[in-house]
Design a binder for this molecule. Sequence first.
Ligand code: NAP
Length: 284
Amino acid sequence: MEKLILDGHLVSKEIREDLQKRVSVLKEKGITPSLATILVGDNPSSETYVKMKGNACEKIGMNSIRIHLPEETTTEQLLTTIKQLNEDTTVHGILLQHPVPAHIDERKAFETIAIEKDVDGVTSAGYGRTALGFGKYPSCTPAAIMEIIHHYELPVAGKHAVVVGRSPILGKPVSALLLNEDATVTTCHSRTTNLEAMLQQADIVVAAVGKPNFIKGDWLKEGAVVLDAGYNKGNIGDIDYDSCYKKASAITPVPGGVGPVTITMLLKQTVISAEETALKNQIA
Ligand code: NAP
């Protein structure tokens, strides 16, 4: 059986080339797509993620507004910053880096982001719209998984997809996106009994567990398509790559699979938001 290694860098490169052209068109109309990132506190991993996102924006000609608030920022102060960005017509997307310090009401902060600028898909309204099938900006990792599936023209309709994980940013929205494309979806979690039996039925497996090398090749059906969203310390995914590779017909590596496409989705959704602004300006 021929194996397909689903190359996230390749998918990402093609999309970014297209985005770069779209950014140039917008700039000719006087609009520079701008992503505002908000980092609260000094978590070194979060600092790295925010930096990567900002740099990725600038590489394709977008504007990156980087706001770094001190650890002792209150919920109210954070809400004020978000509201200012909501009002700022030059900002097209807002990303609040998760996690914020424990004393801040993160949910309240997410909900304050205007829906039309929620390019990271963190508001409950954005999630609801995604689940109902008319969301513009799903969470970026679920969007990345679907982008990879589309790029490689992997069939979804009628397939049994098993998603392992049900977090609000990953497992739940990717289950909804697969369902919206007519997969039969089973969403598993820590209370699922007999996970292996579920996975043995899966044509498509999405790993979103947060446990290194968790899903073993023995648990998979021959020829399954395996998408690993996991990103654990030491660049290790949630699937046991070597054993799963033997069973899969198509598989994402870690690193170089879902990860690079995730940031690209953030750029893409911010560019779409800027294009909507351009359209509104044209009509007004
Ligand atoms: P999370 O919030 O910790 O959720 C993990 C999910 O896995 C939960 O729903 C949990 O079930 C489930 N789970 C835990 N143990 C399980 C078990 N033994 N059997 C079945 N399910 C189990 O994690 P997350 O934020 O969704 O992230 C998941 C992974 O994706 C992590 O490795 C993370 O680093 C990675 N990630 C990658 C990207 C990217 O850009 N590639 C972005 C975000 C996250 P319960 O709900 O019952 O607790």
